[in-house]
Write a protein that binds this ligand. Structure first.
Ligand code: ZN
Length: 170
């Protein structure tokens, strides 16, 4: 999956130009992969089954990728109370300085010194589609912030490399 102009695509296997993939009926034996460097790689689990993966950057969140997710969840008739969302390594709210044109798209989420916490924004957006904030969690042992941890690629730090974050249904 490659970050592109489209937001969340349904059942598009293979290398897809999209910010996310929705897997009606589960992934089977396929792995899903998200490329990131600072944005949030997010995996959506319903009753133990991987149903979606998406790349949560400020642009996708501002343009409503979670609304698309909500629509697809509705189409599939999934129970939102049984959905959890897991976030991989990303830039933290102390490091992500944003310009006013970006910050103005997230009223109430920008600190006085112009920092945006993408994870908090994602939790807020997901709560609007019926996924409780307590059901949106960080994957353990991720090594923290991509900007601060030199083992990660960070777009903000000037890296051109990207991380590949995989999920496989077991
Ligand atoms: Zn940080």
């Amino acid at each position: 999956m490659i970050r592109g102009e489209d937001d969340l695509k349904k059942n598009s296997m293979g290398l897809t130009e999209a910010d996310g993939i929705f897997l009606a009926g589960g992934p089977g034996d396929a792995a899903v992969c998200i490329r990131t460097a600072d944005c949030i790689p997010a995996f959506v689990i319903h009753s133990g089954e991987l149903v979606a993966a998406f790349h949560a950057g400020w642009r996708g969140l501002a343009e409503g990728i979670t609304d698309t997710l909500g629509t697809l969840i509705g189409e599939e008739g999934l129970d939102r109370r049984k959905i959890s969302v897991w976030a991989g390594p990303h830039i933290c709210g102390k490091c992500f300085a944003v310009r006013d044109d970006v910050g103005s798209r997230f009223p109430g989420h920008v600190s006085k010194d112009g920092r945006l916490d993408l994870f908090e924004v994602m939790k807020d957006r997901l709560s609007r589609i019926g996924i409780g904030k307590d059901m949106v969690r960080l994957l353990r042992k991720t090594g923290g912030c991509t900007y601060e941890n030199g083992n990660y690629y960070s777009h903000r730090r000037g890296d051109t490399g990207r991380m590949l974050v995989f999920a496989i249904q077991r």
